[in-house]
Design a protein around this ligand. Sequence first.
Ligand code: FES
Length: 247
Amino acid sequence: MRTDRWWFPPLITFVGLAAWVTYATVRVFMHKWYYVDEFHYLTPFYSPCITDRCVEGSAEFGTPLPSFWLIPEAAFTLPFLLLFRLTCYYYRKAYYRAFWLSPPACAVPDAHQKYSGETRFPLIFQNIHRYAFYAAGIISLINTWDAIRAFHSGNGFGFGLGNIVLVGNVVMLWLYTLSCHSCRHIAGGRLKHFSAHPVRYRFWTFVSKLNTRHMLLAWITLGTLALTDFYVMAVAADWFPDLRFVG
Ligand code: FES
């Protein structure tokens, strides 16, 4: 009986997520324009690069996988990143509403007859989110290494617009990862006396503040990931040069 535009937020969510997934899928299977050798810029969609196809200089951790087109260059990390985002508390809300219409909005009927919540197969697997969080932490470390390494251009220290883009993305990725609900629980959950654990309490307070912005950070990081990838692709493909400040 709602007469307001309740359908607008799920529609925007649907369009935004569908556009991002389409872009990311195309890029991951493009297998080119992911690394700028001159400035060591590697897109996060191909990090770490581990197939035989990886262009020279892009594979920091070896190339144990063959170059079959269905295998992404970042085959070790992409499945965990996908798992992390798919099981994220915010994204669950987003796609339950926008894609499954279950329910599409508050006080709007569910599009499905039955509802078993997340207590049975397959949605019971959403519980693995806390483990995906640990994997995401390791992947954020790898992305941080990529951003640091990019300050080393051919002749030593170098700094360009690409560095700002890479560092900005990594900072946002850390903020999103640390604002995770599982992270908040790991930091301060099950503690009976905060006064007996001052360090955990401080960290929990910090994470709790970030946690209130989790949805915003979820969308910002989708934007920074796509922007970073697009910038690296554009420079690698020679669509425009990197704006250099030093080196
Ligand atoms: Fe969103 Fe953990 S709840 S990343």
